[in-house]
Design a protein around this ligand. Structure first.
Ligand code: ZN
Ligand code: ZN
Length: 765
């Protein structure tokens, strides 16, 4: 199928873009009889839908939950995780006419899908209802009083349900199950917030006399039991053996070829690969011509639109009208439109879709002939989830990962062992982050006074310290019966916030709100003069008003792009942990980072030629966060062949690549992380490379980097050493977000630095 797919497209002779092929054989499903405790009415409702019995993993998880063990089922895409929670929850509701169930999903769309699935079962008296920001006021009252299966999201729980708990008292007293779907989505700062929202739910439920069992569903993830325990604060039993059937899938790793150097380049530019978007569009074109039903995953909305447009154009050139069989698919489309597109793809009317990530997709979209993944989606977990859309029972399917021109993608297509046969990443979060814990304790206190035993629930010692600080600052007041929230209103806490109010992007001429950008990124993305893309339309920023958190823009298509330049300063506040390896030190600790965007470059689109550099007048931003860093003595550097003038470039190159590879170890994005390298740092008094969490208080990424330092830095070294370039390129040591214009960078020096660090760390162990 692959050769047919690729027939007729322009890979240069002699160089195959395929770096690895792996065939996953078909797997038969393993069914089991209905567990004896499942309600007969439920069994017959399933039978009406053609379901004759559960897969083994569904029965195992359901039975644990039925016996009141908290459980997480972590299996592949379309393995039927819903039935694992439906069996115990619906059996309970059918057997006890007062019992209630609360279901949480990270997106409204998924909750709506699940609600429809429950309604299709047609069970009397369950009355499933979605309760979210769109639910009309008059319906809310009905839902509180009558629904016994409420489907909502953590934001709604945080903003509405928990603050208004008095009106939910009866529901909470009778609460038997809490279902947390797609729980791998709760990671980083958002995950840490949700962990506390769940603790607040547990505390209030207990006050009303409820004692629910938690059932979590996760995509395949590393250590799902531990992650679920951290999220809920409860012991959770994992069920991970997937017993659902799967068709055979051939998995291909694909590296777009290098473009030939342009003869009229005056300076020698680093080699550039063909873009992953163009390559994906070509593959998608071939797929449609061959009649293969294909879904292409593209990371950005704009990317998805671009791939669909390029594919349509290519097809219409070949056969006029054929382009109509391709569509783009992303969030922001109306629900009806999305459903129509899904139906058209399943019926074969549409042959190809270019789409953004899996969570935005309807749950039923599986059984395709081929899946193209344009750029590594950031984690092995989401890679398998996306690839899992390919494969029909009895048929052969194809999944292709098309590498982008960056260090992580390049590393992965040349190191298939880093993808295949390895456990997927653990979901990382840090509920002890003081920037999350403090505000969450205020929310809890505003719902009901905090007591001494409550502090155990919220994390013990860190919670006691946070409450003491909040009491000292006057946010909480200590009384004999507990700590009280002293203010009139509710604490303003945004679960998805990353520090400060988001900046609104407004069109000057019309006053139309185009979107928002979080404050942390606003200086880089929305400074005056910046070219800002919104849903594929290019805008230029007229003014960034930081006091009102508004950026005024106008639509324009200049033939340059803009690149912010910044200066970063970092000071060490405290060291939490350290490894002393002689001339090398490895540290984890708190740092203060000051970052100031000082100017921007305008670069010609296409050639990358720098037109000019313009100064900016933006205030510095301060961030207290968690960092991992290593130091290397100047003497060891010299002994490793890195001479003093080359030290800054060598450290800088190592820093870039290390940031690029960290997502291999933790579920983060390179944009979640920052770095700083210097030949002599005032606090460490040595050549140092820092890598820090880009969120106030840290999100667990630097901690993960510290814990896996040898594996992480080895992969970094490998990524640079195995790159085909000579002096450093976007595939190894260049970074798209460098505030220094990727200067200086010393590729070979970086390898020497990393070798020195790794061997010192190894000698110590
Ligand atoms: Zn390179
Ligand atoms: Zn840099």
């Amino acid at each position: 199928m692959l050769h047919r797919l690729r027939a007729g497209t322009a890979a240069p002779a002699g160089e195959s873009p395929v770096t690895h092929v792996r065939r996953e054989p078909a797997r038969p499903g393993r069914k089991t009889p209905w567990p004896g405790w499942v309600a007969p009415a439920l069994i017959s409702a399933y039978a009406d839908l053609g379901i004759t019995g559960p897969w083994e993993h569904q029965a195992a998880a359901a039975t644990l939950a039925h016996h009141k063990s908290h459980v997480v089922v972590a299996t592949g895409t379309a393995s039927g995780k819903s039935m694992a929670y439906q069996m115990p929850a619906l059996t309970k509701l059918l057997g006890d006419s007062r019992a209630t169930v609360l279901y949480l999903s990270p997106t409204k769309a998924l909750a709506a899908d699940q609600s429809r699935a429950l309604a299709r079962l047609g069970l009397d008296g369950v009355r499933p209802a979605t309760y979210d920001g769109d639910t009309p006021r008059e319906e809310r009252e009905w839902i509180r009083q009558h629904s016994r299966f409420v489907l909502t999201n953590p934001d709604m729980l945080h903003h509405a349900l928990l603050p208004g708990h008095a009106r939910w008292g009866t529901f909470l007293r009778r609460l038997e199950y809490v279902v947390i779907d797609e729980c791998h989505a709760y990671r980083g700062v958002f995950g840490s917030h949700v962990a506390h929202v769940l603790r607040r739910l547990r505390r209030l439920t207990a006050r009303y006399g409820g004692d629910p069992t938690f059932i979590l569903a996760s995509a395949t993830s590393g250590e799902p039991g531990d992650a679920a325990s951290r999220l809920t604060g409860l012991p959770v039993t994992p069920v991970t053996e997937d017993a659902s059937p799967r068709g055979a899938v051939t998995f291909v790793l694909w590296e777009p070829p290098l473009l030939p150097p342009s003869p009229d380049d005056e300076v020698e530019l680093p080699p550039v690969r063909r873009s992953a978007l163009r390559e994906t569009a070509d593959l998608l074109t071939d797929a449609v011509v061959a009649g293969v039903r294909t879904l292409a995953f593209v990371r950005s909305r704009r990317g998805a639109e671009v791939v669909a447009a390029m594919t349509r154009r290519g097809l219409d050139e070949a056969v006029p009208g054929l382009g109509d069989r391709v569509a783009a698919y992303r969030a922001g489309y109306l629900k009806e439109d999305r459903r129509a597109i899904e139906r058209a793809l399943l019926s074969g009317e549409l042959l190809a879709l270019a789409s953004t990530n899996a969570l935005e997709l309807g749950v039923d979209l599986v059984g395709l002939d081929a899946v193209l993944i344009c750029g590594y989606p950031g984690t092995r977990a989401s890679l398998w989830q996306q690839a899992g859309r390919a494969g029909r029972a009895g048929g052969e399917a194809l999944a292709v990962l098309v590498a982008r021109d960056d260090p992580l993608d390049t590393y992965l297509v040349h190191h298939p062992e880093a993808l295949f046969g390895r456990p997927v990443e653990a979901t990382v979060m840090d509920p002890a982050n003081p920037y999350v814990l403090g505000p969450q304790l205020c929310c809890a206190a505003s719902e009901a006074p905090l007591t001494e035993p409550d502090l155990e629930l919220f994390g013990g010692e860190p919670a006691r310290e946070a409450v003491a600080a909040l009491t000292a600052s006057g946010a909480l007041r200590r009384r004999p019966s507990g700590w009280y929230w002293t203010h009139r209103g509710r604490p303003a806490v945004d679960l998805r916030g990353t520090g400060g109010a988001p900046v609104s992007v407004v069109e000057s001429a019309t006053g139309r709100l185009l979107g928002t950008v979080d404050q942390g990124s606003s200086h880089v993305m929305l400074h005056a003069g910046a070219v800002y893309l919104h849903q594929g339309v290019s805008h230029v920023v007229d003014d960034l008003d930081l006091d009102d958190a508004v950026a005024l823009v106008h639509a324009a298509e200049p033939d340059w792009s803009t690149h912010a330049r910044d200066v970063t300063d970092l000071s060490v506040v405290s060291v939490r942990e350290r490894v002393d390896a002689g001339p090398v030190g490895l540290f984890l600790g708190e740092v203060d980072v000051t970052n100031q965007v000082v100017s921007y470059q305008r670069r010609r689109i296409g050639s990358g030629e720098v037109i000019d550099t313009r100064p900016l007048d933006l205030p510095p931003r301060e961030l207290r966060t968690v960092a991992v860093w290593f130091t290397v003595s100047p003497r060891l550097l010299a002994a490793s062949g890195v001479q003093p003038p080359d030290v800054p470039g060598a450290l800088h190159a190592a820093e870039h690549a290390a940031i690029g590879l960290l997502p291999l170890m933790a579920t983060c994005d390179r944009w979640d992380i920052g770095g700083l390298s210097t030949a002599n740092h005032q606090d460490t008094e040595a050549p140092t490379v820092f890598v820090y969490d880009g969120h106030p208080g840290g999100a667990g990424f630097a901690e993960r980097a510290y814990a896996t330092a040898s594996a992480w830095l080895s992969a970094t070294r490998e990524a640079i050493a195995s790159c085909g370039c000579e002096t450093g390129c976007p595939s190894c040591v260049q970074s798209p977000k460098c505030g220094n214009g990727n200067n200086p960078l010393d590729r070979n020096g970086a390898i020497a630095v990393l070798d020195a660090v790794l061997s010192a760390l190894a000698d110590r162990n």
